[in-house]
Design a protein around this ligand. Sequence first.
Ligand code: MV4
Length: 463
Amino acid sequence: MFKKILIANRGEIALRIIRACKEIGVKTVAVYSTQDATASHTIFADESVCIGPPESTKSYLNKASILSAAEITGADAVHPGYGFLAENAEFAEMCDTCGITFIGPSADVIRKMGDKAVAKTTMKKAGVPGVPGSDGIVESEEEAMKVAKEIGFPVILKAVAGGGGKGMRIVRDEQSLSNSYMMASAEADAGFGNPDLYVEKYIESPRHIEIQLLGDKFGNVVHLGERECSIQRRHQKLIEEAPSPVVDEKLRKKMGDVAVKGAKFVKYESAGTIEFLLDSSNNFYFMEMNTRIQVEHPVTEMVYGVDLIKEQIRIAAGEEMKIRQKDLYPRGHSIECRINAEDPVNNFMPSPGEITSLHFAGGPGIRIDTHIYNSYRVPPFYDSLIAKLIVHARNRSEAINRLKRALHEFVIEGIKTTTPFHQQVIQTPEFVEGDFDTHFLEKIYDKIKEQIETEESRLEIKR
Ligand code: MV4
């Protein structure tokens, strides 16, 4: 096992990793920007090293500073968390060169899965179904048109270097393809320095379902079922749950087995996720593979009783996985709400500032993963996620009741948060019925906004 792990991240995930390390007897090193000198991860790690000024590009993305901190403190491994350098193949390679273990899959796999067209082609070879479309990238607008006519409109143009929605265009007819092609390509070039596109049939109202995987250095790969991630807005997930209300045991096994086959094909080692689109006839299609631990990993931990971070660390240390597929089955239901420092009635505008009053939810079945504390100042420089409220209960309906109760107890004052938004969303008939797709939030946004405003003025009068 490692003696000391450097956590190349901040916020709740840095704290989550520190907690896992403490419980397995591994020393921890935090790195922090000057902005984060009094942040939770800086305080709770055994040692902390300042790596630069507030801007991420100069601190949490500064590969040389982070590796110097690892060298100086004698860390034998680096955990990247999510975001920042978590899916940076070059950083994984630099760690290898320095003789420091990167806690994640190999640089080769990160690179392969980072190119969305290569990832799709690779998965197709492994027997993981993708959406019908071009075979890899299209070289020209003419080629895109040829593919579109073959598969039929609507189609979607996607950047190979993309992911998370950037450089994507839906094309509904022949006439608009030319313009969309140029827009998507230009956006991809500006955003990722790579204009290459590929074409797929557009799936109208899909659900986003992802399969959690664990693979070790001995070729063992298991899946830990699915997460339902369709409650998202502009590619930012807001609510995730496990299991999905529409996935039964049979479909779970089918998707899980396919995902395991894909992971084995690329010799995947570490925690990882395969994202699928699920259409209304329960056909599923490969979208992307995420080669990192994800924000929403706790819902899987709650229903499978597995500590994914500890497993990830043990795997990276070269231990053989003890978990067997036959022992993995979901127990109860878990839902996570992302509490962001954002104003939900003002287009989710970031709302940094000081937390002037704080009260956490508690009681049975509640987990809160957060780095915030009373009088903590949420900085404007980073992601706006400040807490994850995760509930676990015997079934979905009890989980929703518990979530409603916990959201009411969880008080954060001084800044705007997404809490009131969650209160409203989880009470909609569609959410309660489990009847939603990836377009659900945009459809109900205006109504939810009104309801939040009404509720706020009602509370104002009561005071
Ligand atoms: C799609 C799609 C429909 N058809 N591909 C969005 C980000 C990237 N992960 C893939 N995305 C989509 N790809 C085809 N062929 C719809 C989306 C999509 C989406 C996917 C998952 C979660 C939310 C989404 C919101 C809008 C569009």
